[in-house]
Ligand binder design. Structure first.
Ligand code: FES
Length: 147
């Protein structure tokens, strides 16, 4: 869906800015500059306000990236339970390194801080859906859901 149409759905209140940006990012996988400018118009706030929200929170990206965003928690509890092995498995399976996107634009790999699922370490999310207690050998099967 076009970002203008998405933003219109949230236009009723400026308290919806975060939700609106999430919705745009769910569609585009990042926040295009023109969508940030449009959001400022729709919500009647300075562009700098929307830009600062888009750049302050690590779950938002203003950089174009792969459609399915994989975020690996690197906070201490996940680190202790094997996040590094998950990173290695993901990098090997996708043929890219952390911070990169696959050439076909299908996947992006990023680090995240605690995503609030510490009961199931190690954890990664794909498009905000959490995967808990992930073993490196489970990575190919999980990625197949998004191929
Ligand atoms: S430390 Fe990884 S989800 Fe909380």
């Amino acid at each position: 869906m076009d970002y203008k149409k998405i933003l219109e759905q949230y236009a009723a209140s400026s308290s919806n800015i975060m939700e609106a940006l999430h919705a745009v990012q769910d569609e585009y996988s990042y926040l295009p500059e023109e969508a940030i400018i449009e959001a400022a118009k729709v919500f009647g706030v300075p562009t700098a306000v929307v830009y600062s929200v888009a750049t302050y929170y690590s779950m938002f990206s203003i950089k174009e990236r792969g459609k399915n965003v994989i975020r690996i928690c690197e906070s201490a509890p996940c680190h202790i339970e094997g996040a590094a092995e998950l990173v290695a498995a993901l990098e090997a399976e996708l043929g890219i390194e952390m911070g990169e996107s696959t050439p076909d634009g299908r996947f992006a790999l990023e680090y995240a801080q605690c995503v609030g699922q510490c009961q199931g370490t190690p954890v990664f999310t794909i498009n905000r859906k959490p995967y808990l207690n992930v073993k490196p050998e489970s990575v190919p099967g999980i990625l197949d859901e998004y191929r």
